[in-house]
Design a protein around this ligand. Structure first.
Ligand SMILES: [Zn+2]
Length: 341
């Protein structure tokens, strides 16, 4: 085995044969070329990133999430960006070494077509760095159409109640807006934080987001029956909100005072513990990641000589890929990927 030049430190480092270091998704990017696959917090720079290779959508979302940062997009002839199908603007980095070796760093990835997103189409590369969030055999998600049908059925069956739809501000929250808008729900609201991210990405996707911003302060002032004030949440209404300390007390109040039902959306919903831990009334396996069979299929299509797994079930996925005949290694922080391990 030869040194592929891939290692995991602060972000994924790809050291090219001409001495150039390409760094993907670092908190403090320090490569000769820095790439940002998407604007989720665990991939996004913290300080000022310097020029960064990313999509226009990711740059706009990053500006919203890091208002003090100077986000300047750049490009590099050695780095191509291809749709990763994870969230709006997400891209996988396809890096071409001057010696001809082609690398792909997927970032977070989904091969499923979902609402306004097209799935990732794996490129043919020599070295693949693939995420492994659901990289263990038990993580098999239902087909997308089935998940969406279950969500629509639940939204229809609970029309006598307001519903709280919990999802990350970037990704799930926009899909939940679209699903709620497709349903018979009379009014769809989002929290301020969801609205800000939605506004940043909306110009970049083929979807309409017309949910109103929920005014929690105005809503808490009314003590009348549900729906008596414009800000009050009543039967037939839906509120899309991120999960977190700030929304926990709001959610509890809406459940107590308005009889709201809470729903959680994640690939982890295939496990019952997701529902109990989250104190949800209902959960749905709506995911922005590949499940286990999709990860295996992705690698088969990319057909790399070397594959590295990162994030999540890295050992389990590497084991399965090895069984399938790939040279697969779980990428560990600080460990070089030489043949001497
Ligand atoms: Zn992500």
């Amino acid at each position: 085995m030869t040194d592929t030049g891939v290692s995991l430190h602060d972000g994924v480092h790809v050291d090219l044969s001409d001495g150039t270091s390409v760094v993907v998704d670092a908190g403090s990017p320090d490569g000769d070329v820095n790439v940002l696959t998407h604007a989720h917090g665990d991939h996004l720079f913290r300080g000022n990133p310097g020029p960064v290779v990313c999509s226009a959508a990711t740059a706009d979302i990053a500006r919203e999430r890091r208002p003090s940062a100077d986000v300047e997009r750049t490009d590099d002839p050695r780095v191509g960006l291809v749709n990763a199908g994870h969230v709006a603007g997400s891209r996988a980095a396809v890096i071409t070494d001057p010696d001809g070796t082609r690398y792909c760093v997927t970032g977070d990835v989904s091969t499923r077509d979902r609402l306004y997103l097209d799935g990732f189409d794996p490129p043919d590369v020599d070295v693949l760095v693939v995420e492994a969030t659901y990289g263990s055999p038990e993580y098999v998600l239902p087909p997308q159409a089935e998940v969406e049908r279950e969500i629509h059925d639940w939204l229809a069956d609970t029309m006598d109640r307001p519903v709280l739809l919990f999802g990350y501000s970037l990704g799930r929250a926009q899909k939940l807006q679209v699903l709620a808008a497709e349903s018979d729900r009379e009014r769809v609201f989002v929290t301020e934080s969801v609205a800000r991210i939605t506004d940043a990405l909306a110009p970049h996707v083929d979807a309409t987001f017309d949910a109103a911003v929920w005014d929690a302060d105005a809503a808490s002032g009314g003590s009348g029956p549900a729906g008596s004030s414009p800000a009050g949440l009543g039967p037939g209404d839906a509120l899309v909100l991120p999960r977190g300390r700030a929304t926990r007390s709001l959610a509890e109040r809406l459940r107590t005072e308005r009889g709201a039902l809470a729903a959680g959306f994640s690939g982890w919903a295939i496990d019952d513990s997701f529902r109990y831990r989250g104190n949800y009334d209902a959960t749905f396996a709506l995911s922005d990641h590949c499940d286990f069979p999709e990860l295996c299929a992705l690698v088969e299509v990319a057909d790399p000589d070397e594959v590295y797994t990162m994030h999540g079930s890295t050992d389990e996925l590497a084991t399965e890929l090895t069984r399938r005949g790939f040279r697969a290694t779980a990428l560990r922080k600080g460990q070089a990927t030489l043949g001497d391990f």
